[in-house]
Every structure is written in C-alpha cells, then in structure tokens.
Write a protein that binds this ligand. Structure first.
Ligand code: MN
Length: 182
C-alpha cells in the first residue's frame, strides 16, 4: 500500500519515485539500506515484500556486533523503485536531505524457503514472521552479509538484532559511501 507514502510527498517537488515504474527484475527478494542525512541522520532499512518495500528507520543503522540490538522504527511502505533512489530531497519537503544507497542486495527468510526457488512461499514466510513480530533474515549485500532478526517491541518500534552466533561480514565498517556512486 503506497497511499501513505504518496500522501506525505509532493512529487512536483521531490525527486523521489511516485510509484513502481515498470517491472521488477531478477528472481530474488531485494533489500536496501539507505543512508538518509535528514534533520536527524538515520539509515532506512527496506525489504521487498508483496510488491513494495517494507521500511524501518534505524537512527544508529544496522547492528554489526553479535548480540547487538538497534532500534528500527517502522515507517510507511515505499515503492520498489525506491531501492535505486539516491538524491537530494529539497528543503521544505518530507524527509529533506541527502539519500544514498549504503548497501543493497538480496535477502531471504533465514529458515527458508529460498525466494529464488519459491518466491510466493518465501514471501508468505516473511509476511507471517512480520505479523508474528519476529522475523529472521539473511542478507547478502555488497557490504553486509549474515543473519539478523527483526523483533517487534511496541507500536511502530522494532529492534534489529545481530544474531549472536553469526559474525556480520562487512566489507568496510568505516565505509559510509554509496555502493552506487562511490
Ligand atoms: Mn528516511
């Protein structure tokens, strides 16, 4: 559902995509982490599901140390095309500030099914995990790889938890640059 996303934005002013233009490519399910230098810097963590990007804003980004938890506030669904968006949201617009793609790649529910093998079964498992308030996922990105859990706490608040028995593999923890434009 993109109505909430569209209501917040004036597409004559912001360069953000209004909707999904064209079809998605590839067989897996995408994830993206966008560094958003808004009034308060945060990282937007987005997971493809049911034709949109389920989205959380994490003020401290993705936790990298085993057992570490970071707050992730669920926000409105974003269009799939947002996964490729980088740019400057102008002053006066919702979320004004610079957005870069900090990481992107594919994700899957940790305990299967594999989205590349059975997309609808994988999406169902993810949907059920989110509805139950606990979803374990594996990310395979350009910077991040490993497993994390999203755990619902209260209201829009979730925590992103780096699994204890799993060292995050991060190409460069210090690397804050875009994976698209460098
Ligand atoms: Mn944001």
């Amino acid at each position: 559902m993109l109505s909430s996303y569209q209501k917040k934005r004036d597409f004559t002013k912001t360069p953000e995509p209004k909707a999904n233009n064209g079809k998605r490519k590839g067989r897996g399910l995408r994830f993206v982490v966008q560094k958003h230098d808004a009034r308060r810097l945060h990282y937007d963590h987005r997971l493809e599901l049911d034709g949109v990007l389920k989205s959380w804003a994490a003020p401290k980004g993705i936790p990298l140390e085993p057992g570490e938890k970071h707050l992730a506030v669920m926000v409105e669904d974003h269009p799939l095309d947002y996964a490729d968006f980088e740019g400057e949201i102008p002053e006066g617009s919702y979320g004004a500030g610079e957005v870069i793609v900090w990481d992107r790649g594919l994700y899957a529910p940790e305990h299967g099914p594999d989205p590349a093998e059975n997309r609808s079964a994988a999406e169902r498992a993810i949907r059920e995990g989110l509805e139950a308030g606990k979803l374990s996922i594996v990310l395979v990105g350009e910077k991040l790889s490993g497993s994390w859990a999203l755990i619902h706490t209260k209201g829009e608040n979730w925590v992103l938890l780096k699994h204890k028995n799993d060292e995050a593999s991060v190409v460069s923890r210090a690397n804050k640059a875009s994976v698209v434009t460098g």
